[in-house]
Ligand binder design. Sequence first.
Ligand code: TYM
Length: 334
Amino acid sequence: MTRVLSGIQPTGQPQLGNYLGALRSWIALQDSADAFYCVVDLHALTVPGDAAELRSATMTMATLLLAAGLDPDRCTLFVQSHVPAHTQVAWLLECTASFGEMRRMTQWKDKSAKGGEEAARLGLLAYPALMAADIVLYDADRVPVGDDQRQHLELTRTLAERFNHRYGQTFKVPDALIPARGQGGRVMDLQEPTRKMSKSSDSPQGTVFLFDDPKDIERKIKRAVTDADDGPDAVRYDPAAKPGVSNLLDILATITGRTPDQVAAGYTRYGPLKADTASAVVELLAPIQARYRELASDPASVAKVLRAGAERANEVAAATAARAEAAIGLLPPG
Ligand code: TYM
């Protein structure tokens, strides 16, 4: 059976791009694959944050994943830091990667540019090695992610291949599983449609958060930036020339299981497209939010799911870590 693994950071507020680009695939894959999904709390340490907030955000994210449709009987859901092999193998991969290739990662360049490279955490630079460890530990065949993770997945493949070449066949080399164009792999900010929608963005009006109430969702989508062209073919899918409209078409197409061109054929004006997109998003999120409220009232049950998940994840990951340590020449204990 195909093995899949993916992760999501608990920082910031989960947003529509996370759902359409990744979680939707995670949920679908539970039936066809042996699926491992984790809340990657260690990754959250790469940027400044508050300890109590991290604890509660990790729990919130795990609860939300269950509310969105992850089923602990059909997948393994766990918290990354509950499985020590992630940090163990991250070190082996840090010693496989080079400083130069880590420095070339877009995410490092973007995030370190904000506060300056001098102040950026070393963990932020090393982050892709930890992400690679998350993946190779589970012998994952496929990794369902949004388009923004493409570069990290390529690096994961490079590191796995290099390790295998240096120390002998140890890791499976995984493939990224990214939604096709127009199918939610790259949901853009509603106010700045050339920038991706992001949990940590400073554009709350351009971001639909999964916990937003219907009124906020409607307001944000109705105010989404489009363009002044209101000719007869104003509503068409053309991400380069019409990024705002194309983003709405992409969102509505993904939710309703059509292509953006099919959706575009039904509209001549922006208003009705926005109204229908807003209703589709509200309808998508309402049951998730209701289920979240139920689950959040019983944190002990969520904790139990995470304990069981960590146990199963540990079994798989510890065996891979032992294999990798032996391959690289670490003396086995006792
Ligand atoms: P994170 O937490 O930023 O995002 C979680 C998932 O959501 C996708 N995503 C999007 N997809 C479409 N449009 C968007 N605007 C959008 N924003 C986010 C991301 O591509 C991702 O799939 N490095 C990862 C977490 C990670 C991971 C892993 C993923 C750590 N270890 C191992 C896969 C496998 C991240 O920061 O995702």
